[in-house]
Design a protein around this ligand. Sequence first.
Ligand SMILES: Cc1cc2nc3c(=O)[nH]c(=O)nc-3n(C[C@H](O)[C@H](O)[C@H](O)COP(=O)(O)OP(=O)(O)OC[C@H]3O[C@@H](n4cnc5c(N)ncnc54)[C@H](O)[C@@H]3O)c2cc1C
Length: 476
Amino acid sequence: MTEDTLLDRLCAAVGARYVETDPDALAPHLIDWRKRYRGTARARVRPGTTEEVAAVVSACAQTGTPVVPQGGETGLVGGGVPDASGSAVIVATDRLNRVRAVDPANNTMTVEAGCILQHLQQTAEAHGRLFPLSLAAEGICQIGGNLATNAGGLNVLKYGTARDQVLGLEVVLADGSVWDGLRRLRKDTAGYDLKHLFIGAEGTLGIITAAVLRLHPQPRETATAFAGVPDVESALAVLNRVQEATGHAASSFELMARRGVELAVKHVEGARDPLGAAHPWTVLVEVTGGFGDGGLRAGLEGALMAAHEAGEIADVVMAENAGQARAFWHLREAIVEAQRHEGGSIKHDIAVPVSAVPAFLAEATPAVEAMIPGVRPVPFGHLGDGNLHFNLTQPEGADPGAFLARWEAVNARVHDIVHAHGGTVSAEHGVGQLKMGEIARFKPPEEMAMLRAIKRALDPHNLMNPGRVVTPEAES
Ligand SMILES: Cc1cc2nc3c(=O)[nH]c(=O)nc-3n(C[C@H](O)[C@H](O)[C@H](O)COP(=O)(O)OP(=O)(O)OC[C@H]3O[C@@H](n4cnc5c(N)ncnc54)[C@H](O)[C@@H]3O)c2cc1C
């Protein structure tokens, strides 16, 4: 099939106005969020229905054309950017944005892949339910992208990752056929659970077009506290106290190193440290649920008081209202932006068993300080999930380019330590292009062989987001 024929078929499938080939229209979609990866593409296609996605993928399959799915383009590992060959067709899901059904009695909603995460939270709320997946990009990212990356975010401790929100999926497969797996079942032991192959596959096995998502009751009560702790071991002790005292009601338990708090206060408007004195570590804890009678807050206060008496907490403030809770969260979220004001930063999105976090930090921090004298570690993240963003800000006054040139060497050293502590080098952002080499370095050969076998079975011509996550054959 000639180039013209492919474009003709794409236009026939979705309508010419939804086939972008103009370089200026394409340009913003050829670079990733962190501006680390650039590529080119033949066209960017915006189908409006599952059938249109199927027709596009079918045309690509018949012409041997690689397909790169794009959701909200907030991914942090370069997974949604085509390569430099210019051969790929980008399939954007933004027009697949319908909520097909809400079933409050079954506590599910059936939604299309292009729905913005925040809109889905609002849809659930309008039906008196909670959709708990929540991350800072929620106003832009799409549920299809969230599922494709198995996103984590702020509520994993209580509700699990994106994977845990899914009962069923609809997927356009590599040959353009449609798998209707939109089951609304909480139990189904009829063979392999195929939906889990596509969740976290980053578009390398098919395009997710719709999903059945679990809904939860809206919590009747939320209590939020911000505490200074002497060390990470104490923070873990506090976490366990809070869980015991509240019946496992902690939805978030966030850890911040002192430097992160200081940088946030220095650089980001509205970011204030609610504690009077400086503490080496701070935690933000939020509990949700209860009966709406203040019991949950009382449980949290009791746990924090006991932790204070045991010397695990130096100081603590409880949010007295939603505005104060938002201010605590603003400080936590400001850390990411604050780092940008200090020059380059080398990032790690890692997880270790929760109990191993203190030992990991005790080993990784001096290791990176020895590699780059003056480097400023700014670890923060979801301590309750064992997931840290072990980010390193460049030494003061250093050349950002020279610092960032050490990215891979520093990653390798940190990842070795993560691996030694039984961890993963990709906790919630995925593999994309950024971590392909690293996952192959750490996964057992048997696991890599299974991943490649799955890739070959579901995408025999290696056309679905090729060069991301895993190659079909072992690289020599
Ligand atoms: C400010 C900020 C904060 C963030 N915070 C978090 C966080 O707390 N936790 C977290 O986990 N992540 C976080 N992220 C990362 C990012 O938001 C998530 O990875 C998100 O799930 C990506 O969704 P998206 O729609 O933007 O996907 P995209 O970036 O468009 O795509 C991501 C990957 O999925 C593939 N893909 C997209 N849609 C589909 C589909 N329908 N079918 C198959 N494959 C598809 C793409 O090809 C690509 O490989 C953050 C990002 C930013 C910018």
